[in-house]
Ligand binder design. Structure first.
Ligand code: ADP
Length: 459
């Protein structure tokens, strides 16, 4: 076969598909800014721009003991956060794994379980080690990080719009989850006051700012992808009805994973992205998130591999059935492939033989690594577009700002942060260097505590 295409030839095709030019990035930023604007103007827009009722930044002088409860995707975390001022804090925590049954059983039972875990934490950890004496009716303030879309019109209240991330507990959607949780707190007679209901991006925003006051924006790059930032109340037309002081600032939970959903006009979707979308449980939704978050990157790479298997390019004569089930190729594998330090790419040999029972040639392994890089780089550069749209909207470019970031993709994917920074330079030129992302340590726990502290002061 004199004309047989090499793996390097195939790679060129995918490079064209997955590469984002600076010019294309700037076009995305412009469309993104319009979407943010629209979300602030009217309710129920594609990017919802949810007001969080967290007003302004912490002073850094917030002090004292606060409880935080974090109901995330997989775990329930209970934390005691001691705010020490000057951006310092201490944290003690316990983790409880949630069963599939708990996620789908009755909602009140789920909150009862949260209260039960809190009770165990208070009865053991707190009384033993911390010398906190809850006598004489003293109550500990608590912030509840509940990262599912809620509509709020005050900080200690929130109606669950819909469950996400695989949750489906009955009798919860459409109800005030804060009220449901208070009921459980009463049932277990806990000496706790629920001060605030918070989304994890908002928690990360406030926690990052507490530690580093240059922080203006926070992002999560985990199973999902989202951002929060501080907006001027006067620039949020849809909040006019609340008659809030025009000089105030309020944290906005962008829910930006939804950018370009339904329209599909602005993002460079490949046919693999379209398959991911159409076979997902929510087609057309979360269009931006589907090109970026940890939940999807492995699947995008798997779809390219499957195409090349079908074309007879890869694994000829081998049984490839293990690669053919959706979502078997984890995003963590992309991280591992990109960080393989050996010339022979031994890590990649291991992934394919151990998990998928197929043998690979060196040329194929180099191709897989290059493909992972294309997909990971595109995700980071699109993330840069999102960050740039907020930076540009708020005018942060000249003075510069810090962006607190969290989630496994940001924390573990090699060069993810560097690629965001390169993307910002491609969008803004040299001034892009004024925007720096940093890892936000334990944003959801500490953020909850800080917001509970700020809420208590306001009362
Ligand atoms: P969550 O967003 O659910 O709170 P994480 O921030 O840990 O939790 O994100 C989990 C996501 O990160 C999963 O989609 C997983 O595929 C992805 N992930 C886990 N480990 C890695 C890794 N080493 N590199 C890249 N992605 C990873």
């Amino acid at each position: 076969h004199a004309t047989k295409r090499t793996m390097a030839d195939h790679l060129r095709k995918y490079e064209t598909l997955f590469t984002l030019t600076p010019q294309r990035m700037r076009m995305i930023v412009e469309a993104f800014k319009d979407s943010l604007e629209l979300g602030l103007e009217k309710p129920e827009q594609i990017v919802p721009m949810v007001p969080t009722f967290v007003f302004g930044w912490p002073t850094g002088k917030e002090l004292g003991d606060y409880l935080a409860l974090d109901l995330g995707g997989t775990n329930l975390r209970v934390c005691l956060v001691t705010l020490q001022g000057d951006g310092k804090f201490e944290i003690t925590q316990s983790k409880h794994r949630l069963t599939e049954e708990q996620k789908h059983d009755d909602g009140q039972k789920l909150f009862d379980f949260c209260a039960e875990c809190l009770k165990t934490f208070i009865d053991t950890t707190l009384r033993d080690d911390k010398g906190i004496h809850l006598t004489d009716g003293k109550k500990l303030p608590l912030g509840f990080t509940f990262s599912y879309p809620c509509s709020q019109d005050k900080i200690d209240h929130g109606v669950l719009i819909r469950w996400t991330k695989g949750f489906g507990a009955a009798n919860t959607e459409g109800n005030d989850v804060a009220a449901m949780f208070r009921k459980s707190l009463e049932k277990y007679e806990l000496p706790v006051t629920l001060e605030a209901l918070i989304n994890d991006t908002t928690g990360t925003l406030l926690a990052s700012h507490y530690v580093n006051p240059e922080t203006k924006i926070a992002c999560i790059f985990g199973t999902g992808c989202n951002a929060a930032y501080m907006e001027h109340v006067k620039d949020i037309p849809k909040m006019a009805k609340y008659k809030i002081d025009e000089k105030a600032d309020i944290a906005i939970n962008c829910e930006w994973g939804a950018f370009d959903s339904f329209e599909h006009e602005h993002l460079p979707r490949t046919k693999y992205d379209i398959i991911v979308d159409e076979t997902s449980n929510k087609p057309n939704e979360q269009a931006f998130e589907k090109l970026i978050s940890g939940r999807y990157l492995g699947e995008i790479l798997r779809l390219v591999i499957c195409e090349l298997i079908d074309e007879g390019v890869l694994f000829l004569g081998q049984n490839t059935y293990k690669l053919e089930s959706p979502y078997v190729f984890e995003t963590a594998f992309l991280s591992l492939m990109e960080s393989d330090p050996t010339d022979e790419l031994l890590m990649i040999i291991g992934i394919f033989s151990h998990f998928f029972a197929v043998e690979t040639t060196l040329a194929e392994r180099q191709f897989f690594r290059a493909l992972a890089k294309l997909i990971g780089k595109r995700a980071a550069r699109l993330s840069a577009c999102g960050i740039a749209s907020i930076v540009s909207r708020m005018g942060y470019l000249d003075e510069g700002c810090s962006v607190g970031a969290d989630g496994s993709l940001y924390n573990k994917y090699p060069k993810f942060a560097d690629r965001i920074h390169e993307g910002l330079v491609d969008i803004f030129g040299e001034k892009g260097r004024n925007i720096i992302t940093h890892h936000a340590e334990d944003g959801s726990g500490v953020g909850s505590a800080i917001i509970a502290a700020m809420t208590k002061v306001r009362k």
